[in-house]
Design a protein around this ligand. Structure first.
Ligand code: FAD
Length: 531
């Protein structure tokens, strides 16, 4: 029999994929056992608009996916492995379609990396049941996290809901089993005979009837494809160049509109004080710096494994670098954060179903105010740092983590809007859209989640602005109305300029006043159901 590797939205790569490596190994074993016949590896990708919609994935995330698939098609082709892409609608028919294809291709093995979202788990259970009836053996592997969900538990075998003890345990598990960050072997090429096989040869150029990688998908047309391709290029080595640029590129420059690769211009010694990685403890807090890696779109779509990030850091620092005592350690702790939120999502499925983690906050009486929601979305709240971050989101499909936190907290606390509305907005616009991290970030900011920011600690957007954009360069770049505002007034032009000066800017007045908004939020969170 042949072997199908079902590649998903989160594992779009050839190098270092657990299930792809297993599929290749199984195919090789079959070839050996059957003296050359069978044992071909076929890669399948299902495009499911129904899933995109259900997860609020937006045009940029889908465009990134399609660009990655085109690149992968060529990469697999070199290995004589067909990558078959099929558009399936409605999504409830996916299990049937996958098993029909297994039958058509004479496949007796199906391998995939696990997706932890609820819908995807239910879908996979249906696949496993049907496969069993059809005599197809299914292998579902942990791949996207460094330490698989379910492996970081308290002494009582329970999942952690607080990051610090979770992180200590995560570090312990990883330190005692470094195979967790070992790379999986690359897949072996198929035998050349697949190119003449009556049943399979057509798969290399199967097009039409929903087959093939489309340029776009109806309902998810990306209006700024070229800009996205410049900012977030997809080539075989793009994610590695992004990592190199972070680890050995010069930090500190303000490069606000360049590609993820160009962010670290000028080679310096890896992890030195000048490099972006070495400076990460500073850069991670400054929205105006090129201080973070910008690897997130590549990690979210799986063009590079999270293991690779830890391995690369380890190669530079010569040890597993975790904790908080250096830029490299802090950066690896952020990679751990990605695991943490995936573990939370896997342990408490309710968080991926729109529920607050803390039941008390399930029904906060949110202000349902369309106008202020729209102002926030468009970056017209009158709070320069919030507006800059929101406009960066609209333009680049990306925001600095500090910008995400400031903006999310402003929406949920100052405007008292339901965090789910903000979660959806980010999800639709982000090229790095990832349900676990997005939900985790929103519930942290809204104080409704695991290990949340306590509700009474509400970011002051003005002091956050001074701290994270000291010179105001980030604001001037993204909010052109404020380009000419000098000095500290950039953070709070409404209160620091004269009325006449402010009026001339053509920039909106603050839609809420910080102090009273803060007090309203405190009252509401104390008694979530009433005023
Ligand atoms: P770096 O600082 O270089 O970090 C490296 C990697 O570590 C990131 O690429 C990411 O994979 C991981 N990471 C860093 N910070 C976090 C974090 N707080 N939580 C989880 N993982 C983290 N990240 C996404 O990938 N997709 C999202 O949809 C997303 N939505 C968010 C929404 C909110 C409200 C908040 C507060 C955070 C969100 N994050 C999300 C997390 C974080 O902001 C981004 O991962 C980070 O800004 C990406 O930039 P970077 O790659 O330069 O990060």
């Amino acid at each position: 029999g042949n072997v199908v590797f079902w590649m998903r939205m989160h594992d779009l790569r050839i190098h270092d994929s657990r299930a792809l490596a297993l599929a290749s190994d199984l195919a090789a074993k079959r070839r050996k056992a059957s003296a050359g016949s069978g044992g071909n590896l076929i890669v399948l990708h299902i495009l499911s608009p129904g899933d995109f919609k259900a997860h609020d994935r937006g045009p940029r995330r889908i465009d990134f996916l399609l660009r990655a698939l085109k690149q992968l098609e060529a990469g697999f082709n070199k290995l004589d492995i067909p990558l078959v892409t099929l558009l399936v609608h409605p999504r409830t028919t996916i299990p049937d379609r996958v098993l029909e294809l297994c039958k058509e291709w004479g496949a007796t093995e199906l391998c995939a990396n696990i997706e932890y979202e609820v819908d995807e788990l239910w879908r996979d259970l249906r696949v496993i049941k049907k496969a069993r009836e059809q005599g197809v053996h299914v292998s579902m592997l942990h791949d996207s996290c460094i330490v698989p969900p379910g492996k970081v538990l308290t002494g009582n075998g329970k999942p952690y809901s607080v990051f610090s003890p979770w992180n200590r345990k995560w570090t312990e598990v990883l330190s005692s089993d470094l195979s967790l960050i070992e790379a999986s072997p690359d897949p072996e090429p198929n035998p050349k005979s697949i190119r003449t096989d009556a049943k399979l040869k057509g798969l290399f150029e199967r097009k039409g009837d929903g087959y093939g990688v489309p340029d776009e998908i109806a309902g998810f047309e990306c209006h700024d494809k070229e800009y996205m391709a410049k900012l977030w290029p997809v080539t075989d080595d793009a994610p590695f160049k992004v990592l190199d640029s972070f680890m050995t590129g010069k930090g500190g420059q303000t490069v606000l509109d360049s590609s993820a690769i160009e962010q670290g211009k000028g080679k310096v010694e890896a992890n030195s004080k000048e490099s972006r990685l070495g400076r990460y403890a500073i850069g991670r807090n400054l929205v105006s710096e090129n201080g973070t890696s910008r690897i997130s779109p590549y990690l979210a779509a799986g063009l590079v494994s999270a293991r690779e990030c830890i391995r690369r850091t380890k190669a530079i620092t010569k040890r597993l670098t975790v904790g908080r005592d250096s830029g490299a350690a802090m950066w690896n702790t952020e990679i751990a954060f990605r695991d943490f939120y995936a573990h939370v999502l896997a342990a408490w499925p309710k968080v991926s179903m729109g529920h607050a983690f803390i039941p008390k906050y399930e029904n906060v009486r949110w202000e349902r105010d369309e106008k202020s929601l729209e102002a926030w979305k468009e970056g017209k709240t009158g709070y320069p740092i919030v507006d800059a971050a929101q406009r960066q989101c609209l333009k680049q499909g990306y925001m600095h983590n500090r910008g995400r936190m400031i903006s999310a907290m402003f929406l949920t606390k100052h405007l008292l809007q339901d965090w789910r509305l903000g979660e959806k907005h980010f999800s639709i616009h982000f090229v790095d859209q990832d349900q676990a991290s997005n939900n985790g970030g929103w519930q942290w900011s809204a104080s409704t989640g695991t290990d949340p920011q306590p509700y009474f600690r509400i970011f002051n957007p003005l002091s956050q602005s001074e701290k994270s954009d000291p010179e105001g360069d980030y604001i001037r770049y993204w909010v052109p109305e404020l380009k000419g505002v000098k000095g500290k007034a950039i953070h709070d032009p409404f209160n620091r300029l004269t009325k006449a000066e402010f009026k001339k800017l053509g920039y909106p007045e603050p839609i809420v006043e910080h102090k009273s908004a803060r007090e309203r939020a405190l009252r509401r969170y104390k008694n979530p159901g009433d005023e």
